[in-house]
Design a protein around this ligand. Sequence first.
Ligand code: ARG
Length: 475
Amino acid sequence: MNNNKKDMEDNKKTWSGRFNEPVSALVERYTASVNFDQRLAEYDIQGSLAHAQMLSEQGIISTDDFSAIQHGLQQILEEIRNQQFSWLLEQEDVHLNIEKRLTALVGDAGKRLHTGRSRNDQVATDIRLFLRAAIDEIIQLIKAMQQALLDLAEQHLHTVMPGFTHLQVAQPISFGHHLMAYFEMLKRDTERLIDCRKRVNQLPLGAAALAGTSYPINRERVAQLLHFEGICQNSLDAVSDRDFAIEFSACAALIMTHLSRMSEEFILWMNPSFGFIQLADRFCTGSSIMPQKRNPDVPELVRGKTGRVNGHLIALLTLMKAQPLAYNKDNQEDKEPLFDTVDTLTDTLRIYADMLSGVRVNQETMRASALRGYATATDLADYLVKKGIPFRDAHEIVAQAVQYTEQKDCDLSKLALNELQQFSIQIESDVFTVLTLEGSMNSRNHTGGTAPDQVRIAIQKAKKWLTTDHIFSRA
Ligand code: ARG
């Protein structure tokens, strides 16, 4: 035996039958995925168990072989859970590592497991099972965060804050209303995930390498065993497209984007120039040089990690864009971005729910800020419109009143009636009800408006939505 042949015997690859020399150590390391795809092991075993059961029910393997495979895979699962399983780089990936061990444990039955299957449809199945479980967990975590938002909003129905446009004081709003805006974003995020889940939850197995298989398989049975709600309808598409993963990443990027916006607000509000809120100490850090500092590290990192999740979306799109049908090894690169997306998102959601429950609100500071910014100027204009003045003229009159008030360095509501009447004789003593922050806020009393009565209704609706199970075909 020449040296190459001998090396190959010592380090035999499952697929190496026709090869004359082993791959170099560098190629082995470069092409292997076991260091990261071992995370799919439990799903790989679930998929194999269902496949083997179907093979035996169809008479493609014997019931004895199926039972040997079952016991072997059960033992492997325990070894993996107890960290006693030796993952071997030379076995390339999670699938071949498990199959090799199975064959060592149960002999020929292990070698029969791969009948009518390819790693191409196997890996596509594993990722879909992984992602389905991840989506279910993420939906629960979003709901926990929404609950924390609701709790805080309920305490602050009547807390007035300045609402901003262009980050300039615009109109007074209820802090509860502001928080509920994020509830709505997260609700849409959940709906997107639920919709994405339907397309994730389709079975690729049976597509084999690319064209299907000549064995009399029963794909519907495998789908049923694995709780897939349908089967992929084209074998080439089943093994090659990762659009379901891209779609999930887009959902994740949007969720992170929403959390990043909230983080940006928390960071601003914690700055003493705003001074609207304080985060609990456990979400902040100090500076090693400036003793006075209390830095909002957690929201800053959420903002920062959003870049990384958005980046993974672009990585997956780029991975896919030039691949001819059907499977290509490029697809092995789908896993790390996907895993990191799931990990970053689940950690962020967990931390956020906790952080929200520890937010302390400085109501007086919020109120003072709204008073400083002429937040009720629109209300004065609307008051004049109701007295018959065209809106554009009313806008002009109020602009002059604001300019006057700026010189006096006070709020509109602090002007005397005769001072206000310099700008329009239509102004009467009832004007003061609309010039107060509460008067302004309470007057926006329609669906979606900031009046505390409406925010209360929004919270009731939100509570009902939270307790509904939106996933109809649960595994
Ligand atoms: N590790 C591979 C992947 O993640 C599994 C499929 C390999 N298939 C193949 N024909 N080499 O995509």
